[in-house]
Design a binder for this molecule. Structure first.
Ligand code: FAD
Ligand code: DLZ
Ligand code: SF4
Length: 514
C-alpha cells in the first residue's frame, strides 16, 4: 500500500495528544510500532518494566486501530528479524510505500543521535517532531540556565509556577509561601495506616506479554509476578484518581518516611505512566490543585506533589539535554568502587538496604527516599562508580529512562557533576535513616553506635566520606558545620573511623556479607 507518512511511535510515547498523531491523517498515513531486541536489552531492564512497556504498547496500538488508524505492529518474537528500530523501518519500507517518516523527538540522547542518521540510511525524509508533553521546552530551559554557574531547582520551579499559573493567586504563591517542605518531614508513626495501592488485573493482552517476558528475558533482574501495573490510559487515570482520593492528603507529611515491608507509602506511583505517556504531567498537576481548592487535600501535600512534577521532573530533563553527552561520564569525586553484589540481591545484614533492594526486585519500584537516602546514600559514601550505579538504576526501576535517571543519580545522589544539580552531596549517617524509618529496630547493626563491628556502617562511612573528600568538599559552605565537627574530633576518634571504614571496605570488596 502507498501512504503519505509513516508515523513511528516509541514505547514511551503512548500519548494520543502528541503532535505526531494530532497532525496526522488516518486516511493517508500509517503508524509503526515495534517491540525490538535493542530497546528491550540495551540494559537488562527489570522484567516488569519490559512487560509494562510491551503491554502498554499493544493496548495503545489497539486504541489507535479503534480510532481508525492503520497500524503496522511488530511484536517481539525472540528472533532477530526486527532487532532494532531502524530495521523495523526498513522492513516497513519493504512492505509499504511512504513518502516520509515522522517520529516524536526521543527522550534519550543515544536514540536521538541514531534517529538523526535515519534519513540518509533510508533515503527518505525523517521529520523529528517536538514532544509536547514536557512543560519546559529545550530553548526555555537553555534561556533559564544561561549565565548561571549553579542551577537551583527552587528558582526554576517558581518560574514554572508563574508560567503555568499553578497554585498562584494574584501573582503570588497560594498560601504566601512557595515551598512547604518544612511541614513534610514527619517520621512514620506507629501503626500508620497506609492504603493499598491501585492494582490492575492483567487482561488477555497482558497475560500474553507476561508469558513472552518469562520466555525471552528469564535472566533479567526482578520478579515478573504479581503484575498489577496499569497498561491503558483508562487504568492509568484510575491510578491518578486513586492517588488523589486515598493518598494525596498525607503525601507531604510522610513524603520522606520509610516503613518496614511497606513499599508504597503515600506516594503516587505515577512515574510509570508519566514516563511512558499514559498520563501527561499537567493533568496530574491540575488534579492535585483541584483537590486543594475542593478542600480535600492540604497545601503542604499539594504543593509538595506539584513541585515534584512541575519542578523536579522538568528540571532534571532540562539539565539532561543541556549537559549530554558529557553528563553521562562525569565523576567529580573520582569514585571507582564496583557495585557490590548486594545491589543484585545477594545477602546483606544492613536492613535498610535489604528492604529497599528486595522491594525493588519485587516491584520495580522504590520511593524517592529509599532511592536517595538509602541506596543512593550508600553508593555515595562507599564511592561506587557512577557508571555502574547509573546502569543499576536504569535497569531496576520500571520508570527508569536515562533523561530522568541520570541527573538523579549522577547529580542528586553521587555529586558526580560537581554540584551542578545539588548544592551539596546528600550524605547522611545512620541517624537520618533511624529517624525517618523503623528499619533500624530489626537491624543487626546499631544506629546509635559510632564505631566497632556492631556500629551502623553509615555512621563511620559518613565521616570517612567527608575525610576522604575533604580537598574537594571542605570549602562548600553548606558542609561547613560537619567539617568543623570533623576537625574538632580527636586523632584517636578519626583513626577509629578510618579503621572501621577500611575494615568494612575490605569485606565489601572481598564479596563478604556486610
Ligand atoms: P511521587 O513521590 O509520588 O512523586 C510524584 C511524581 O513526581 C513522580 O511520579 C515523578 O514523576 C516526579 N518526581 C518526583 N521526584 C522526582 C525527581 N527527583 N526527578 C524527576 N521526577 C520526579 N524518577 C523517574 O521517573 N525515573 C527514574 O529513573 C528515577 N530515578 C531516580 C534515581 C534516584 C537515585 C533518585 C534519587 C530518584 C529517581 N527518580 C526517578 C525520582 C523519584 O524517585 C521517582 O520519580 C519517584 O520515586 C517515583 O515514584 P512516585 O511516582 O510514587 O513518585
Ligand atoms: C523501554 C522500552 C522497551 C523495553 N522496549 C521498547 C521497544 O521494544 N520498542 C520501543 O519503541 N520502545 C521501547 N522502549 C522505550 C524506548 O527505550 C524509549 O523510547 C527510548 O529509551 C527513548 O526514551
Ligand atoms: Fe540501615 Fe544502619 Fe539502620 Fe541498619 S542500623 S537499618 S544499616 S541505618
Amino acid at each position: 500500500m502507498a501512504y503519505q507518512t509513516l508515523r513511528l511511535i516509541l514505547g514511551d510515547q503512548l500519548t494520543h495528544t502528541l503532535p505526531i498523531l494530532e497532525h496526522g491523517d488516518p486516511s493517508t498515513d500509517i503508524v509503526l510500532m515495534a517491540e525490538v531486541h535493542s530497546e528491550a536489552t540495551y540494559v537488562r531492564h527489570h522484567k516488569k518494566k519490559i512487560a509494562l512497556i510491551f503491554s502498554a504498547m499493544r493496548h495503545f496500538a489497539e486504541e489507535l486501530r479503534e480510532a481508525g488508524w492503520k497500524v503496522l505492529y511488530f511484536a517481539y518474537d525472540g528472533t532477530q528479524t526486527v532487532p532494532d528500530l531502524f530495521k523495523a523501518l526498513e522492513t516497513a519500507q519493504s512492505i509499504h510505500d511512504f513518502a516520509s517518516v515522522s517520529v516524536t523527538e526521543p527522550a534519550e540522547f543515544r536514540l536521538l543521535e541514531e534517529i538523526k542518521q535515519w534519513s540518509d540510511r533510508l533515503e527518505c525524509p525523517v521529520d523529528i517532531l517536538p514532544d509536547s508533553r514536557f512543560l519546559c521546552d529545550h530553548a526555555t530551559f537553555q534561556n533559564w540556565a544561561k549565565g548561571r554557574k549553579q542551577f537551583r531547582m527552587e528558582y526554576f520551579y517558581r518560574e514554572m509556577r508563574r508560567a503555568y499559573d499553578v497554585l498562584m493567586s494574584d501573582g503570588s504563591p497560594v498560601g504566601g509561601k512557595w515551598n512547604y517542605d518544612a511541614e513534610n518531614r514527619r517520621p512514620p508513626s506507629d501503626g500508620l495506616d497506609v492504603p493499598p495501592p491501585f492494582q490492575a488485573s492483567p487482561d488477555r493482552i497482558t497475560q500474553e506479554v507476561l508469558a513472552l517476558v518469562e520466555d525471552h528475558f528469564p535472566e533479567h533482574f526482578g520478579d515478573l509476578h504479581p503484575f498489577h501495573f496499569a497498561v491503558t490510559r483508562t487504568d492509568a487515570l484510575a491510578v491518578l484518581d486513586h492517588f488523589i482520593t486515598t493518598r494525596l492528603s498525607l503525601f507531604g507529611t510522610y513524603q520522606d518516611a520509610m516503613v518496614q515491608d511497606e513499599p508504597w507509602m503515600f506516594h503516587s506511583h505515577l512515574s510509570f505512566y508519566l514516563n511512558c505517556g499514559l498520563l501527561v504531567p499537567m493533568e496530574c498537576i491540575r488534579a492535585a490543585e483541584a483537590a486543594y481548592h475542593r478542600g480535600t487535600a492540604p497545601l503542604n501535600a499539594v504543593e509538595g506533589f506539584i513541585r515534584q512534577i512541575l519542578g523536579w521532573r522538568e528540571y532534571v530533563r532540562g539539565l539532561y539535554w543541556l549537559r549530554m553527552p558529557g553528563y553521562a561520564s562525569e565523576n567529580a569525586l573520582n569514585a571507582q568502587r564496583p557495585l557490590p553484589a548486594m545491589y543484585w540481591g545477594k545477602p546483606t545484614q544492613m536492613n535498610c538496604m535489604r528492604q529497599s533492594i528486595d522491594q525493588t526486585w519485587k516491584w520495580a519500584y522504590a520511593h524517592h527516599i529509599q532511592r536517595l537516602m538509602v541506596l543512593g546514600n550508600f553508593a555515595l559514601l562507599a564511592g561506587l562508580s557512577p557508571k555502574e550505579v547509573n546502569e543499576w538504576y536504569l535497569i531496576v526501576y520500571a520508570d527508569a529512562f536515562e533523561w530522568v535517571e541520570l541527573p538523579n543519580v549522577s547529580g542528586m545522589v553521587l555529586f558526580a557533576d560537581g554540584g551542578l544539580l545539588a548544592s551539596k552531596p546528600y550524605a547522611a549517617s545512620g541517624a537520618y535513616i533511624n529517624r525517618m524509618s523503623n528499619y533500624c529496630t530489626t537491624c543487626r547493626y546499631s544506629p546509635t553506635r559510632k564505631n566497632g563491628p556492631s556500629a551502623c556502617p553509615f555512621n563511620y562511612l559518613y565521616w570517612d566520606f567527608l575525610d576522604r573528600n575533604a580537598e574537594r568538599l571542605s570549602g562548600n559552605p553548606r558542609l561547613a558545620m560537619p567539617y568543623r565537627t570533623l576537625t574538632r574530633m580527636s586523632e584517636d576518634k578519626r583513626q577509629a573511623i578510618r579503621d572501621d571504614a577500611a575494615r568494612f571496605f575490605k569485606s565489601l570488596d572481598k564479596g563478604e556479607v556486610v
